[in-house]
Design a protein. Sequence first.
Length: 162
Amino acid sequence: MSRVLPYPLLTLSLLIMWLLLQQSASPGHILLGLAIALLASRAMAALQPEKPRVIRFLPIFRLAGRAVVDIMASNIAVSKLILNPNSDMTKSGFLTVPLELKHRFGLAILSCIVTATPGSAWLEYHPEESEVLIHVLDIENDQEWIDTLKYRYETLLLEIFG
């Protein structure tokens, strides 16, 4: 390997995460965190993952903003459902969403957004049909969920990754 730090951002991120988890920046923790970060970075280089090609950067910020707002709103909605004694009217179920997105990194990001949103979980992706199976805690309108995924997230991911 020609580079000492094949993934410098990963190395730095892991070191910072280690120090935050240890709640200490003592020399011993810095050395141990650096050793772990360097080993992880070298292991990542051995895997030789494909690097994502981002076509447009501006939609990344819009996507992050939308995801944060939707996750916060979903936290409130799920809290109300759980804390409401009359929540027996909720209807949970499975939903199949057709996708145009085929890019690996775009699908991975979409799955993270769906799974990080309380009340929903990405269960299965069918590449042949380009469909995703999602479980939703409170389905009032199937089409509303499909439109949310397609028009709020998928369109931005298509702009980002092409």
